[in-house]
Design a protein around this ligand. Structure first.
Ligand code: HDE
Length: 711
């Protein structure tokens, strides 16, 4: 059942409503408003004659169709989005004068787009990839875009390398293979020659790159920004989004299967959750660094390949974002939304991070070719809710009708309008940072440590997470064809962690080389000193950082988790209802999965609608499985190969599984029987224990014993 949206008609919703339309109760017309009498036949010279050029209705319809597509985004082409709002917990005016950091009690409308990076618009959701996490705040002072990712760092340090990075990861240009996959030679050729990539690359090899849900991802602004208060004082800041549902991922085997069985898995999950009133939320966290502490770290705050461990600078939670409304139209909203890290408001400012500085150019430029005009800010989803007045004029598809003769400033003919705002009245002024230096094309020495943080990340992961990282590197390098590239990667991994490199080397059947030909890092200018580079610079300033791991110690909410009840005719209503009630009480969704579709009958003679017949569904779509008692139900399932596979996969993927009464016979025909004392496989179908196990996401301790399960 759809819960009522919790947002009052916010400013952005009212704004969008001006352009929202649907055809119900309306007559069909041409784009010029002429009522249409026949939409099935073109105008012809006689019943069997040639079509006539004068048919303006046919021409208009076909012409519009011919131009329906716009170029997909160069990167982040595949995405899904939702509307919502942001609320601040406490007044932060000592840090920033931005309304979103000072106005407690105001619900600022947001539009959030999540995306994968490398794949095309039609690629599958579970690609191993970084996820985009872009938030548009429609503030009372103008648009603020926080255009981040789901990892705290980026691959490169300088915007100059972005086209190279993307060209290396996109499908190879001769044959356009592989789609939405980094596991190929060109990517590893680049990564192994540009050691600054190694940190974010390890994030990409971790489970962060295969999230369970977009609702279960962290978000990061990555770059260091500035917050500026009324007195003009600046603090450095890094932005974090912490999901209420915790950070969870699927296994690589699940990801591969989901991509085939439901390429829209993440998109559907987000859409369905919001439709059912299960609104995802994230807390906004700030890492604040005083201006005078800029140089107190072992890394440079301007280096986007470095995170600031939470042990060094805690994350202060300052507000909450809730997504509570799906878009009305994918193209109009999700496809046409134009984010830009340069969309900031008074109280927020940039730093000299050379990656951020380059982005400030790129995002307007790309909209010009993607959306076709500098008027992209007039597209409803991009429109500010605060008034827009300036002397920009004309260009393609202009919708604003500017009155009067004056399109310049200063003027007297327009009464001096639009007039300028003093800083005290909200006029944007840039932070007056002192800059004193030579003009150089080069990189700061303080950016040259490329090995400490990937090593910190690896050390911070739990054993099971490290195993996933080893498998990911083994898969990716195993897919590369050129041995020299694989060897160079092994050499670099060895600098990060010897055990990691040895395991990957063993898996891909190559030795770790003692040295590599040429400089280790070749991502430097022709005259730069190759010996000034890695890996000798690695530092060990922190043993580990708990926030980098997904190894949860505490249960997380199970709202919106999908749980399969595997049943057939004659299933026992009492054991079914007990578990169903416990799950529903926590907001989880119970789906009846059965050998056939339509309805099935329980042992009390009641009919139940089957949510998913086994022929159309897969074990990998669910977070947990339970099998109620009931002789005839269990007898039927025991003879059904797909039902057995369903359970075997759930065992292999370390999920919570509960069997009740007679269902133990089914357990004994599957791999579940091999785990009699498993923490998440239950033979007594105790609802509470089952719910608690789902809240821990998976029992990863099972994983090392599951390699024999053939599914
Ligand atoms: Fe982007 N990036 N990027 N990027 N990026 C784009 O803009 C670019 C970077 C990010 O859902 C493009 O409108 C350059 C870092 C997200 O619409 C383009 C550089 C981070 C999205 C572009 C970077 C991001 C984009 C493509 C290096 C995380 C999707 C279409 C200097 C902090 C936004 C578009 C959405 C999209 C350029 C690096 C995040 C081409 C040149 C670092 C989430 O302008």
């Amino acid at each position: 059942m759809k819960k009522k949206t919790s947002t009052p008609q916010g400013a952005k919703e009212q704004d969008l409503a001006k352009c929202t339309t649907d055809g119900s109760d309306n007559v069909m017309t041409t784009d010029q408003g002429v009522k249409i009498n026949n939409d099935a036949d073109s105008l012809k010279a006689g019943e069997r004659g040639a079509s006539l050029l004068e048919d303006f209705i046919l021409r208009e319809k076909i012409t519009h169709f011919d131009h329906e597509r716009i170029p997909e985004r160069i990167v982040h082409a595949r995405g899904s989005a939702a509307h919502g709002y942001f609320e601040l917990y406490e007044d932060l005016s000592n840090l920033s004068r931005a309304g979103i950091f000072t106005k407690v009690g105001v619900r600022t409308p947001v539009f959030v787009r999540f995306s994968t990076v490398a794949g095309s618009k039609g690629s599958a959701d579970l690609a191993r990839d970084i996820r985009g996490f872009a938030v548009k705040f429609y503030t009372e002072e103008g648009i603020f875009d926080l255009v981040g990712n789901n990892t705290p760092v980026f691959f490169i340090q300088d915007a100059m390398k972005f086209p190279d990075l993307i060209h290396s990861v996109k499908p190879e240009p001769d044959n356009e293979i592989p789609q939405a996959a980094s596991a190929h030679d060109t990517f590893y050729d680049f990564v192994s020659l540009a050691t600054e990539t190694l940190h974010n690359h390890m994030w990409a090899m971790s489970d962060r790159a295969i999230p369970r849900s977009l609702r279960m991802m962290e978000g990061f602004g990555i770059h260091t920004f500035r917050l500026i208060n009324d007195a003009g004082k600046s603090h450095f800041v890094r932005f974090h989004w912490k999901p209420a549902l915790g950070v969870h991922s699927v296994t690589w085997d699940e990801a591969l299967k989901i991509n085939g069985a439901d390429p829209d898995f993440h998109r559907r999950d987000l859409w369905d959750a919001i439709e059912q009133g299960i609104f995802p939320s994230w807390e906004l966290g700030l890492q604040i660094i005083a201006e005078e502490d800029e140089h107190k770290f072992e890394f440079d705050l301007l280096d986007a390949t470095k995170l600031i461990p939470e042990e060094l600078v805690p994350v202060r939670l300052v507000g909450k974002m809730t997504l509570d409304r799906n878009p009305d139209n994918f193209f109009a909203e999700t496809e046409q939304v134009a984010f830009h890290p340069g969309h900031i408001v008074p109280g927020i400012d940039f730093t000299n991070d050379p990656l951020l500085q380059g982005r400030l150019f790129s995002y307007t430029d790309t909209q010009l070719s993607r959306l076709g005009s500098p008027n992209f800010h007039e597209i409803p989803i991009n429109r500010s809710v605060s008034p827009v007045h300036n002397n920009q004029r004309d260009a393609q598809m202009r919708t604003t009708i500017n009155k009067g003769k004056v399109a310049y400033h200063p003027n007297t003919m327009g009464g001096g309008c639009p007039f300028l705002a003093k800083a005290a009245e909200g006029g944007f002024t840039s932070y007056e940072e002192r800059i004193d230096g030579k003009k150089i094309r080069g990189r700061s020495e303080s950016f040259s440590d490329h090995f400490s943080q990937p090593a910190l990340l690896y050390r911070s992961l739990a054993k099971w997470e490290q195993e996933h990282v080893i498998s990911a590197y083994s898969f990716e390098l195993g897919k590369c064809l050129i041995n020299a590239i694989k060897s160079r990667m092994l050499y670099l991994l060895d600098q990060i962690d010897h055990s990691l490199a040895s395991r990957v080397a063993e898996n891909i059947g190559l030795p770790i080389p003692k040295e590599v030909e040429g400089p280790i890092n070749r991502n430097i200018g022709a005259d730069a000193d190759p010996n000034s580079q890695q890996p000798g610079k690695a530092k060990h300033y922190l043993e580990s950082s708990a926030a980098l791991s997904q190894d949860i110690k505490k249960p997380t909410p199970i709202e919106g988790r999908q749980v399969a009840a595997l049943v057939d005719n004659g299933f026992d209503m009492d054991t079914f209802s007990a578990i169903e009630a416990a799950l529903k009480a926590e907001g989880a969704l119970v789906k009846i999965v059965s050998p056939s579709g339509g309805n099935i009958t329980c042992n009390k003679g009641m009919k139940h609608k089957v949510d998913a017949p086994l022929s159309t569904t897969e074990s990998v779509f669910y977070d947990a499985v339970f099998v109620p008692c009931g002789q005839s139900s269990v007898d039927s399932l025991q003879e059904n190969g797909k039902a057995l596979k369903f359970i075997n996969e759930a065992v292999k993927h370390c999920k919570a599984i509960a069997f009740a009464g007679k269902a133990l016979a089914l357990r004994d025909r599957t791999a579940a029987k091999d785990f009699p004392s498993d923490k998440a496989i239950f033979s007594d179908a105790d609802p509470k224990k089952f719910v608690d196990a789902i809240a821990l996401h998976r029992n990863w301790e099972r994983e090392p014993q599951t390699s024999h399960i053939a599914v």
